[in-house]
Design a protein around this ligand. Structure first.
Ligand code: ZN
Length: 178
């Protein structure tokens, strides 16, 4: 046994240690390695089951209220409703890419509005009957965080949908091409 291991020497491949999520989050904040981050977060299958204490530490109080408690930021107060730069909007909680600036349009609502997600598999649509309304809630499929709501009054020349998303649920990464 021992001699066999020694003989293989540097050929022995060690399994990678689990990567703590705080490291992933910080890497994202610092370097904006969007694609890299997403790959790493898919490895962390427990991200949907993290307790509230985990997210409270990770998010600002406003982000926590919106992302984890289905809150809504006041219209025209967020950082992205009037953002016209080219790039990608990712989930503010886990970094999953959600919406391209190519699909962003000016809805006049005061919230960032998109007519299509970057990938239908990156979001989850759930019927929401809270506050006496029948709406469709939009969640990040990777981490289960609340993003906003989807309505059927979007631009009819495209999907006809309006994904009305809270700015604080998103992290924008400027890119040359969306
Ligand atoms: Zn997420």
């Amino acid at each position: 046994m021992t001699s066999g291991l020694a003989a293989r020497g540097s050929m022995t491949i060690q399994p990678a240690p689990p990567i703590p999520l705080y490291f992933i989050h910080n890497t994202y904040q610092a370097a904006h390695h969007g694609h890299f981050l997403i790959h790493l977060n898919y490895m962390n299958e427990d991200i949907k089951n993290k307790p509230g204490s985990y997210w409270k530490e990770k998010l600002t109080p406003e982000e926590y209220q919106v992302l984890r408690e289905q809150g809504t930021e006041a219209a025209f107060t967020g950082k992205y409703w009037d953002n016209h730069e080219t790039g990608m909007y990712a989930c503010a909680a886990c970094g999953q890419e959600l919406f391209s600036s190519k699909t962003k349009f000016d809805s006049g609502s005061g919230w960032p509005s998109f007519d299509d997600p970057i990938n239908a598999e990156h979001i989850e649509l759930i019927e929401d009957t809270s506050h006496g309304m029948r709406r469709t809630e939009v969640k990040c499929k990777n981490c289960g965080s609340h993003l906003g709501h989807m309505f059927d009054d979007g631009p009819t020349r495209s999907t006809g949908k309006r994904y009305c998303i809270n700015s604080c649920s998103l992290n924008f990464q400027e890119k040359d091409q969306a």
